[in-house]
Design a protein around this ligand. Structure first.
Ligand SMILES: Nc1nc2c(ncn2[C@@H]2O[C@H](COP(=O)(O)OP(=O)(O)OP(=O)(O)O)[C@@H](O)[C@H]2O)c(=O)[nH]1
Length: 402
């Protein structure tokens, strides 16, 4: 919701504009034409006071103007027009104003020439919302109506409306209106082009953001994005003293899959495994493609034992993985998982997970290995050490016979 226009009169503003943000904008467009109506009605009433216009005609013109404005406001404010391509009703509204101006032109006496300026005002007001061709159509319709009015007035009373006066109104007024509508079309063209470019820029930005954060093959987040998330999660975990685990998952003998079934089949395996991860893991666990055939799984607020359970479930499901279009392809995965230690850096945590993965590969693949510090081992000493994995105290899950 946008901020209320005036905190002192919020209920009045809500009653006038509605609460729906889009509709409020539409209603504001309609209300912005109010001053034009006010001026036209004031001119009609003043003209009757000066004796230029019969009071009854002045009342009819002012009343009809008020009725048109109220009707357009009601249609937009009620949401009735929301289903239309132009919910502000700009084109019919502008046409109604031009017809009203022409009626004033016919009704007024010798000073009717000034009314042509009202038509110009309408075209200028409408050009900010109409499409270029609509602006042009509005201009042409105005000139045709002016020609009809001039011809009608001359035929009705040639003495009070001689042909030269009609010709002057039509040539000067008509050409001004046409020129103005051409300029308005040009402005409208620029507006449409700018709108399109803004949309294209927005789409391009979305694509760039997607490319920068997503792995195109699997649709998972990429290494860059995951690194940012890992840094943030480590800070959170250390601040709130909650556990957090990171696992590196690698497809076993993936080169063999590629060599035997082709690179396309290899790609399908990567996609299917990513889909399995998305389906099988908890919403809060985040899976990323870390590179090649390696994935990184982040398990926030999960201790090592639970992380191992989740990983091993994934490992077992990977064995059953059906690869679309390649029914004869079967895979297994190995994983190394590490729980964040106090004051541990991301690099050190990843190192330990990687060493655990290496251990899983070295000891036969198709298994999950956890990296844990030996009891009493200070973190500083453990960092970068090759002896991070204490296999005696690790919950190491192996598949029977693997
Ligand atoms: N199809 C496909 N293959 C990839 C992609 N990225 C990396 N690879 C392949 O993954 C294979 C990785 O092979 P290795 O590093 O030897 O590992 P491995 O064969 O899985 O053996 P272990 O990891 O030791 O079990 C290479 O053949 C790469 O070409 C990819 O996006 N698509």
């Amino acid at each position: 919701m946008p901020p209320l226009p005036s905190p002192r009169f919020p209920s009045f503003a809500n009653a006038l504009l509605g609460r729906h943000p889009r509709r409020r904008r539409h209603v504001l467009f309609v209300l912005a034409t109010g001053p034009l109506y006010a001026v036209s009605m004031a001119v009609a009433i003043q003209s009757s006071a000066f004796g230029l216009l019969a009071p009854s005609l002045a009342l009819i013109l002012a009343g009809t103007s008020l009725a048109v404005f109220t009707l357009v406001y009601a249609l937009v404010r009620s949401g009735w027009s929301a289903r239309l391509s132009d919910p502000v009703l700009t084109f019919p509204h502008a046409m109604a104003c031009i017809v009203l101006s022409m009626a004033a032109y016919v009704a007024l006496g010798s000073d009717r020439g000034n009314v042509i300026i009202l038509i110009a005002q309408t075209i200028v007001a409408a050009m900010f919302r109409l499409r270029p061709l609509q602006v042009l159509a509005l201009g042409c319709a105005s000139v045709l109506l002016l020609a009809a009015a001039v011809t009608g007035l001359h035929h009705h009373d040639p003495a009070s409306f001689p042909a030269p006066v009609g010709w002057l109104h039509l040539s000067v007024g008509g050409s001004t209106i046409l020129l103005l509508s051409l300029v308005a079309k040009w402005v409208s063209d620029i507006r449409v082009r700018l709108d399109r470019q803004a949309r294209e820029l927005k789409d391009a930005l979305t694509t760039v953001q997607q490319l920068a954060t997503t792995d195109m093959l699997t649709g998972l987040m990429n290494r860059r994005m995951m690194t940012e998330i890992l840094e943030r999660e480590i800070r959170q975990s250390l601040r709130h003293d909650t556990p957090m685990c990171v696992a590196l998952i690698d497809i076993d003998h993936f080169k063999h899959v590629n060599d035997r079934h082709g690179h396309a089949a290899g790609d399908e395996v990567l996609k299917a495994l990513a889909a399995l991860g998305r389906k099988d893991l908890r919403q809060v666990d985040l899976l990323a493609r870390w590179g090649g055939e390696e994935f990184l799984l982040l398990l926030p607020r999960v201790p090592l034992a639970d992380a191992l359970v989740a990983l091993d479930r994934l490992r077992l499901q990977a064995q059953q993985l059906a690869v679309p279009g390649h029914p004869s392809v079967h895979i297994s995965v190995s994983a190394g998982v590490a729980q964040l230690r106090e004051d541990e850096t991301l690099d050190a945590l990843l190192d330990r997970a990687d060493t655990a993965l290496y251990e899983a590969k070295r000891t036969g693949r198709n298994r999950c290995v956890a990296a844990v510090p030996r009891s009493g081992e200070p973190a500083a000493q453990a960092e970068g050490s090759a002896l991070l994995i204490d296999l005696r105290s690790v919950a190491r899950l192996q598949e029977d016979g693997a």
